[in-house]
Design a protein around this ligand. Sequence first.
Ligand code: AP5
Ligand code: MG
Length: 216
Amino acid sequence: MNIILMGPPGAGKGTQAELITAEYNIPHISTGDIFREAVSKGTELGKEAKKYMNEGKLVPDEVTIGIIEERLNYSDCLQGFLLDGFPRTTVQAEALDEVMAKLDRKIEVVINIFVDRDILIERMEGRVSCKNCKSIYNTKFNPPSSPGICDKCGGELVQRSDDRGETVRTRLDVYIEQTSPLLAYYEKKGLLHNINGDQDTSLVFEDIKKVLESLR
Ligand code: AP5
Ligand code: MG
């Protein structure tokens, strides 16, 4: 299945993506993860992306679209894929439609996870993730068994640099201004399914699975 996972920063996209891609055996394509990897390796892409990410702003469309176009051509996407954090602007959504048309494929479903702003802020401020395997935890809502250590691989848990102070609020504002209009874009196409993200992680996943199973 070709899936887009949407929702504001901190809604639980990455958390649910881990569960969905394990269940359906499709690749998890997160533009945020791709940029963070590039930043940590110090590549040219990373240097460019870092300027925007640290301020909570979007990386320019032409950079982001090129990355996704290349990634969707990999053979592991032939059985389907899960996009997390892309598209985020109308220009990106239209570019994705073009890429899909060239590949003679279609986006089949858009899952939108919604959560209130106050909770999103709490979630981002408490988030830590594994430097090694990228698993996501929360010091308040989903703490690891030993503080600072990943339960799955023993790696070091670190806070994202954009999960601090004003950057968190800027990211939420950018989401409202630039990304939330896409909900209407996909609703018009009849692809949008809204999921309440303010419930236990396993219950959010159950709701997502119900939607995906209904489309199989
Ligand atoms: P990106 O990495 O995509 O970040 P985001 O969209 O801001 O979303 P997050 O990763 O912060 O949140 P999430 O929804 O994945 O939540 P998570 O599961 O971690 O983008 C980062 C930056 O990269 C952007 O600001 C931009 O600069 C750039 N970028 C990326 N894509 C781009 C694009 N297409 N165009 C331009 N620029 C782009 O969960 C959050 C926390 O909550 C965790 O601690 C988790 O444990 C906890 N949690 C999750 N679910 C629950 C639950 N049900 N109950 C309680 N706690 C929960
Ligand atoms: Mg994420």
